[in-house]
Design a protein around this ligand. Structure first.
Ligand code: NAP
Length: 345
């Protein structure tokens, strides 16, 4: 009897343990079936979605970040750069301005509301630009934070010794930080020079960096070699040299485009400003030819930096927001393209 009882007890225990084991196993399976699998599916589909988004909109050679085309804000007259800083969309170019003429032009521009000044080491006027800015600050016309100063380092010896050249620009300007520094042209040492600019950004001495005279081929080769997507590319753009293939290429990378020689450059302005199509459009809006050309650039999301030493022209070149060109007028100006470069680079 005792033996039969023991046998029944052992069988009962075995049954209980087996049943219990099945329950644990079942729970594991249940968890596996109802949570793990869908999570895996979700994870896979999320990954697919993300890679789809990224592949649709990433920079060739720089694949991590989705890219957004920068929009111009015509109320604030600024654009948000991919570096996180706002830049004014109209400014003053200072190529060929020197001495008192340069100081007066910059101060006149700042008094007229211009908040973007473009210079370069090669222009040989950074000292005057810095002096004009410091004087304007002292006279209460502006504060340093209100303005955006661009300078550039040049190919050859400057890009061979980029740290020294960058520091020399900062010293000549002597306005604390520089808002934007560009490589003036492609060069054998451009990647190293760009990396030096990246280091100055990390050190807080430069806020944003970019390139000048880089076109589709040059950008395609350059971008995979650097970590920071340029905030700006500054190239020759005017109605006779429109770069209609280059501009969208750059903008689709989330890089802002700025046009140099917006009025055709010295020696060419008379022909461009006197162009019958531009003159006719100007008359229709009761503005000048220069204003029409500058407005045409802005409506193509191209930042303008017309050069001038004439206070009336400087002021006129800021008055670009009280009229707009129709699609038909934009098209008529687009039709003026001749692919005619007004400088060698
Ligand atoms: N990254 C590069 O490689 C590069 C190359 C060239 C230039 N840039 C930059 O681009 C800027 C612009 O180029 P730029 O100054 O040589 O040429 P621009 O702006 O095309 O033309 C300047 C000429 O236009 C005249 N002008 C300006 N506003 C006018 C107006 N409202 N009505 C009539 N005439 C007017 C100026 O004369 P007044 O003085 O009499 O007004 C000057 O002679 C340069 O200053 C420089 O900052 C960069």
């Amino acid at each position: 009897m005792k033996k039969i009882f023991s046998l029944v007890l052992i069988l009962a225990l075995i049954f209980a343990m087996t049943a219990c084991g099945q329950t644990i196993q079942k729970e594991t399976n249940t968890t596996g079936n109802t949570e793990a699998s869908p999570v895996t599916e979700v994870a896979e589909s999320t990954q697919e979605d993300e890679s789809a988004t990224v592949s649709e909109s990433t920079t060739p050679g720089i694949e991590e970040e989705p890219v957004m085309k920068a929009e111009f804000d015509f109320e604030t007259k600024t654009v948000m750069l991919n570096s996180g800083y706002e830049m004014p969309i109209n400014g003053l170019g200072t190529y060929s301005l020197h001495g008192d003429e340069c100081i007066n032009a910059v101060k006149s521009a700042l008094s007229s509301g211009v908040r973007l000044i473009d210079t370069a080491s090669a222009y040989g006027n950074e000292v005057e630009i810095g002096q004009a800015i410091r004087e304007a600050i002292d006279e209460g016309i502006i504060q340093r934070e209100d303005i955006f100063v661009i300078t550039k380092i040049y190919p050859g010896s400057e890009m061979e010794n980029p740290e020294q050249s960058i520091q020399a620009c900062l010293d000549r300007l002597n306005i604390g930080y520089v808002d934007m520094m560009l490589l003036h042209h492609p060069d054998a040492n451009d990647v190293e020079a760009y990396k030096a600019m990246e280091q100055f950004v990390a050190d807080g001495k430069i806020r944003s960096i970019g390139l000048s005279n880089w076109y589709v081929e040059e950008l395609t080769e350059f971008l995979p070699q650097v970590d920071t997507v340029p905030a700006l590319v500054q190239n020759e753009i005017h109605p006779y040299y429109q770069e209609n293939d280059v501009i969208p290429f750059i903008q689709d990378l989330g890089i802002v485009v700025q046009g140099w020689y917006p009025l055709g450059g010295r020696g060419h302005t008379a022909e461009l400003l006197g162009d019958p199509v531009i003159s006719e459009i100007a008359e229709a809006h009761n503005v000048s030819s220069a204003q029409v050309i500058l407005r045409w650039n802005l409506q193509k999301s191209v930042v303008v930096i017309p050069g001038s030493s004439n206070p009336d022209h400087i002021k006129e070149n800021t008055e670009l927001y009280h009229f707009s060109l129709t699609e038909e007028e934009m098209e008529r100006i687009n039709d003026l393209d001749r692919g005619e470069k007004h400088d060698w680079y």
